[in-house]
Design a binder for this molecule. Structure first.
Ligand code: SF4
Length: 389
């Protein structure tokens, strides 16, 4: 059971951003750079120094999760990952059952490399499959084939990983409901089925090559109705197959198989943001680090803060954030008692009228433990959560 929000003194997460990719996919707006892997040794050194400095404000609080995200963390050698994990252990109290996740691209994931990550302490992999459709992979500018995804799953199992997640994108240009149906069918027929799936609707972000091509009329993105059909198809198909739809875009095959790191975000918990472009949250304090790896390294090497922006959030915004994040959790939503413990107000004192209005039109429901989205509310989740802002 994922109870949201977390209390102030709950264990934290550690997010470490690896902003390097072999090339930039045309839909991507993450903080990541191609052609800079020569910076990796220097960058890893700076991440270690950043970890040493960042631990002080969270002294005594256990780290329940470590997440190496990107970018493409699987560009790191196992020795680099081992050094980073060792630095986390040196500077933080690490929970005994810590979840250590690494995002990977499917190409280049040999059994040896994966065994090295496993030896470094990584115990969960999140692999970016995106689609198994060859035309889709080319449209999305990916450099792997579906066979690389299957090979990576097999190699990961042989290397001892049993906690694997696959990422997929739906609603890419040219995708049909049939091709999405095939992707899901293949995943559900795999001999090495992942424990977890993240399914994201393509969002065309301003400034990306996809946005420019769409604006020039040479790229046709499926409309909202087509994407909604794909989402509803995934919900129904995975429910029939016994998967648990626990968060708006996330499913687990077994109880307890959720992403514990991402659950810290949804539960409005605290996390350290380490590395270029990383965000961190500690209570009402939000930090964002220098975006460019070179600028980030220069700051760390000069003994300056990694953060280029620090913001303090007021109480009303913090309470709204709890709703925005917690309502993404579909089973228990936001818990009445946990909300009171975290914010010192009851849910009804803070948002009673909004909840009643949304319940009256069937988008939210009151349950014994608190409030959550209805199925209709899930399909309109962005509009519903906006009402709390
Ligand atoms: S591999 Fe991932 S992070 Fe890198 S450019 Fe492509 S979508 Fe962005």
């Amino acid at each position: 059971m994922i109870i949201a929000p977390l209390p102030h003194d709950a264990p934290i997460g550690v997010y470490i951003h690896i902003p390097f990719c072999a090339h930039i996919c045309p839909y991507c707006d993450f903080t990541t750079y191609a052609g800079k892997t020569n910076l990796l040794p220097r960058y890893v050194d700076c991440v270690i120094r950043d970890l040493a400095k960042s631990a002080a404000p969270v002294t005594g609080r256990a780290a329940a999760t470590i997440f190496l995200g990107g970018g493409t963390p699987s560009l790191l050698d196992p020795a680099h990952v081992a050094t980073i994990v060792a630095a986390c252990r040196e500077h933080n109290v690490i929970a005994p059952n810590v979840e250590i996740t690494m995002e990977c691209n499917p190409n280049g994931l040999t059994e040896d490399r994966l065994a090295g990550y496993r030896d470094a302490g990584v115990n969960r992999l999140s692999i970016g499959a995106q689609t198994l459709d060859r035309r889709g992979l080319r449209t999305l500018g990916r450099q792997h084939e579906a066979t690389d995804v299957f090979a990576a799953l097999g190699a990961a199992h042989r290397a001892g990983f049993d906690n694997l997640s696959l990422d997929f994108i739906f609603g890419w240009p040219g995708q049909t409901l049939d091709s999405w149906r095939r992707d899901l069918h293949v995943v559900l027929s795999l001999p090495n089925q992942p424990a977890h799936l993240s399914l994201y609707s393509l969002i065309v972000e301003p400034g990306t090559p996809f946005a420019n091509a769409a604006a020039r009329g040479i790229l046709f993105i499926p409309d909202d109705d087509a994407s909604a059909d794909m989402y509803e198809h995934a919900i129904a198909t995975l429910a029939d197959a016994g998967w648990r739809h626990y968060e708006v875009a996330n499913w687990s095959r077994k109880p307890g198989g959720h992403s514990r790191h991402n659950a810290i975000y949804w539960r409005h918990g605290d996390y350290l943001g380490i590395g270029a472009g990383a965000f961190g949250t500690l209570g009402s304090r939000r930090t964002m680090n220098h975006l460019l790896p070179e600028t980030y390294c220069q700051a760390i090497e000069a003994g300056l803060p990694a953060a280029s922006n620090i913001e303090t959030i007021d109480d009303a915004t913090t309470r709204a954030e709890t709703m925005l994040l917690g309502l993404r959790l579909l089973e228990h939503g936001v818990d009445t008692e946990a909300f009171r413990v975290r914010h010192g107000l009851t849910l009804d004192e803070a948002f009673g009228d909004t909840i009643d209005d949304l319940a009256a039109i069937g988008l939210m429901e009151r349950i014994e433990s608190g409030v959550r989205l209805t199925h209709r509310g899930l399909l309109l989740a962005n509009e519903v959560v906006a009402r709390f802002l």
